[in-house]
Design a protein around this ligand. Structure first.
Ligand code: CP
Length: 310
């Protein structure tokens, strides 16, 4: 079996193009499997995986769990809100206690950037980053790139704009790394206050005008305004944000070509995206969710094959 160049999936930044292509090829195979009447394969029998979530999640947590079950792994789920973290237990103690139960892989979501990297240093298990604060969300970027390839046939040469709250988004950073490695042109678009100061150094185009950004792109990946991460006001009101940056049918109809619409979810209908766009024939939002299971199966399968030094 071909292997990834890394024992952990901590981010997209440290993956090679060959790693990305191997994950996509493997996901293609698993997508065939999950469309069969019998959706389960024995690939990860006797492997135990802990899903350790310190932040809320619907799509990522459920699709990791489903991917693990489709691969016949044993699965345990940990949610910080109902755990002994509430009694003061640290991240390292929590995970070491989970590992004492003989766990092979840990899927972790945490609000602190670098939490998965910290665990990878101290824990003898394959670590998968399911989102670390405002830093990276690698499996989301993988499923996004896979979905673009599936829809448009290729990624190289395609123009992708990421719209909205880039400043607080882990999806944006992982998408930028993945798409650039695969040869796409990437633009970010949003109000100046929601664009990080370092963004120009990442080699992306920057556009403040949403209509110009939509006219430029083949694909628009629209992000949620992450109010839960905002301690100060970055724009006067949600109403004003929607007026200037909300993607609606009128904006799409004004373009001279159809574009593909993506969103990592959860979507805030009527804020960053309107229902007549989210539910339109141009939207691949639910295909992204479907592809999330195959991509996570591929990542788990390939990392399990890599093992971990004991
Ligand atoms: N896209 C994504 O990470 O969604 P969840 O927060 O629901 O997992």
């Amino acid at each position: 079996m071909s292997q990834l160049s890394v024992p952990h999936l901590l981010g997209i930044k440290n993956l090679s193009v060959q790693d990305l292509e191997l994950i996509f090829q493997t996901a293609d195979n698993f997508k065939d499997v999950i469309n069969r009447p019998i959706k389960k394969v024995p690939s990860l029998r006797d492997i135990t995986i802990a899903n350790v979530f310190f932040e809320n999640s619907t799509r990522t947590r459920l699709s990791f769990e489903l991917a693990e079950k489709r691969l016949s792994a044993d699965v345990i789920n940990f949610s910080s809100s109902s755990s002994s973290v509430k009694k003061g237990e640290t991240l390292l103690d929590t995970v070491n206690n989970i590992l004492a139960m003989k766990v092979d892989m840990v899927v972790i979501r945490h609000s602190s950037p670098g939490a998965p990297h910290f665990l990878a240093k101290y824990i003898k298990a394959n670590i998968i980053n399911a989102g670390d604060g405002t830093h990276e969300h690698p499996t989301q970027a993988l499923l996004d790139a896979f979905s673009i390839k599936e829809k448009l046939g290729s990624i190289a040469g395609k123009k992708v704009v990421i719209v909205g709250d880039i400043l607080h988004s882990r999806v944006a950073l992982s998408n930028i790394f993945a798409l650039q490695k695969l040869g796409a042109e990437v633009m970010v678009c949003g109000p100046n206050t929601l664009l990080p100061k370092y963004i120009g150094q990442l080699g992306v185009k920057v556009e403040l005008d949403i209509d110009k950004a939509l006219a430029w792109c083949d694909v628009a990946n629209i992000l949620r305004i992450q109010l839960e991460r905002q301690q100060i006001k970055y724009f006067p009101s949600l109403r004003e944000y929607t007026l200037y940056y909300g993607v609606n049918r009128q904006r799409l109809d004004a373009l001279d070509k159809p574009i593909t619409i993506m969103h990592p979810g959860p979507i805030n209908r009527g804020v960053e995206i309107h229902s007549d766009v989210a539910d339109s024939e141009h939207s691949i939002i639910l295909e992204q969710v479907e592809n999330g299971v195959a991509i996570r199966m591929a990542v788990l399968y390939l990392l399990a094959g890599a093992g971990i030094e004991q």
